[in-house]
Write a protein that binds this ligand. Sequence first.
Ligand code: ING
Length: 333
Amino acid sequence: MRYSTGRTNCGTLVPANPRERAMTRQMKVAAAQLGPVARTESREQVVKRLLELMREAKGWGVDVVVYPELALTTFFPRWLIDVEEELDEWFEADMPNAATQPLFEEARNLGIGFHLGYAEIAYEGNIKRRFNTAIIVDKKGDIVGRFRKVHIPGHHEVLERPGQHLEKRYFDVGDMGFPVYRAFGAICGMAICNDRRWPETWRVMGLQGVEMVFCGYNTPVGLGDSFDLDALSPFHNLLCFQAGCYQNATWAVGVAKAGCEEGFNMIGQSCIVAPSGEVVAMCSTVEDELIVHGCNMELSRDYKRDIFNFAYHRRPEHYGLIVERTGAEPPPA
Ligand code: ING
């Protein structure tokens, strides 16, 4: 258990004067990293692990505990699942449901909020949609925000390699954009795993004044990418969070499902990152681990007011290609 104080190493922005400090808006967050979830592990068994982390977080006076992407199950897109009923078993048709209700009840009992990633089945009329989804639940145990992963990585078809990455086969593209919500006294947004690699994710939330981004991830290593790409996975993970936070003057809590899960390695490095881009806390294991930080929500003020004052500095008239063009189109040779 590592507990970092509310004092950050982001320069002198944290008021030294206790009275002035009392004026600071603080959100105490916990990244609740999960170690491997076995294919045979039931939702109830996983919820027990989540409850243990929630109670530990409450012990530290945390306002919101952040769980990983697809937290309720093993990372099933690593396998080809061709039978629809079998695929449905990895999804939640309702939220909360019998298995997850204890999480909502405990949140209400303890007065703590949480963010949870899971595979969602949603119906539009009689059309079944499948989303890689995350929710924000407030201290009363009510769902106050939802997000559906937009940047779906991996492949539709099976590749010649031991581990697959079939998210494009199993999930629809999210249909909600990148919404932000007022929660825990701040403007909170969400991203899911691969979303963190795309600057558009952060900037769309930045243009809504986001101050805190919750982002769970399952980042496999060694599915068949080149060694140097694999070796740089941890570096790229932090790079995405630090750049996204700094360039949009927001906090972020990044939370891994980590470790060797069903024979496939996934990075840990769950982290809490300040608007300065500094990592203020990071997990040091690839198991269930909690890190906590008292985030001074005024830290982004100076960045939003000066260097990243979007209204004052941005020039959308020059950014047209970002929304007009999907793939890169180099100039004629
Ligand atoms: N996982 C990975 C991620 O973006 C990935 C996919 C792995 C992309 C390695 C690039 C390299 O972290 C999910 N679930 O998006």
